[in-house]
Write a protein that binds this ligand. Structure first.
Ligand code: TYD
Length: 237
């Protein structure tokens, strides 16, 4: 399957049409952005690592019955996947308080939450991705029915129930992550985007070291080594 015209360029990926109307190709870029695009950099090899990590995690989720857009990895930087109508909601799943949760609510960093928290953000850079409640999402017509919001929450929890023990076994604490969903040509809600250290937080269980994009957000360095370590643990190396 070959790339045709560029459909869209985002912060971390480019999206290309293919000869098949139902399939598109994502090119994983080496660019890094944080704080809604205010902080920018690039790390050679980062895109390939995220493509490989996402590929393994989509395969895992598919095998556990979670429908995803994944079709196959084409090469280091390219993934073939289904074309969808993107639901403009970022679904954030949190097991441990950090980042904006500690900033906004004053919960101490590192607090294990009494239950897994699922939040919605409006996927809108111009507005700075504000928090959404269900009524906001319905008023904005980001989904058609309350049922669909319930489904996003339910599937996000199912994904957490698969990924959290999976990473724990590999010595990584899955602190929080962001998911995106879309509707395929038959109207089914499926998981899209990527699952990588760019949109998950992983803390090493033994050392507490951050193994994700916080290394860039907080200027800690060693981003690529950390992403490589995440991939190696996934691959059991
Ligand atoms: P959060 O703590 O809300 O954001 P911040 O990066 O401002 O501290 O992030 C929760 C999780 O969701 C974290 O793993 C990063 C991920 N995330 C994204 O991938 N993209 C986003 O736009 C946001 C807000 C979060």
């Amino acid at each position: 399957m070959e790339k045709r015209e560029l459909l869209y360029e985002g912060k971390a990926k480019k999206l290309f049409l293919t000869d098949d109307d139902n399939l598109v190709i994502s090119e994983f870029k080496d660019d890094l952005t944080a704080f809604n695009g205010e902080k920018k950099s690039s790390e050679s090899g980062k895109g390939a690592l995220n493509n490989k990590i996402s590929t393994e995690l989509f395969k895992l989720l598919d095998s556990k019955g979670i429908p995803t857009h994944f079709v196959k990895m084409l090469d280091d930087n390219h993934m073939l996947h289904k074309k969808v109508d993107v639901i403009m909601i970022e679904v954030i799943v949190r097991n441990v308080a950090t980042g904006s949760l500690t900033r906004n609510l004053g919960i101490e960093d590192g607090t294990v939450l009494p239950f897994t928290l699922v939040e919605f953000d409006y996927k809108n850079d111009d507005l700075g991705d504000p928090k959404l409640n269900d009524q906001h999402a319905l008023i904005l017509e980001l989904v058609d029915h309350q049922d669909e919001l319930d489904k996003l929450r339910r599937v996000a929890r199912e994904i957490n129930d698969i990924l959290r023990p999976y990473f724990e076994e590999k010595g990584l604490n899955l602190v929080d992550f962001k998911l995106e969903f879309g509707k395929d040509k038959d109207g089914n809600i499926i998981l899209i985007d990527e699952i990588s250290p760019d949109n998950c937080r992983f803390w090493d269980i033994e050392s507490g070291e951050k193994m994700d994009k916080d290394r860039f957000r907080q200027g800690l360095g060693g981003l690529k080594v950390a992403y490589e370590e995440v991939l190696n643990r996934i691959l059991g190396k």
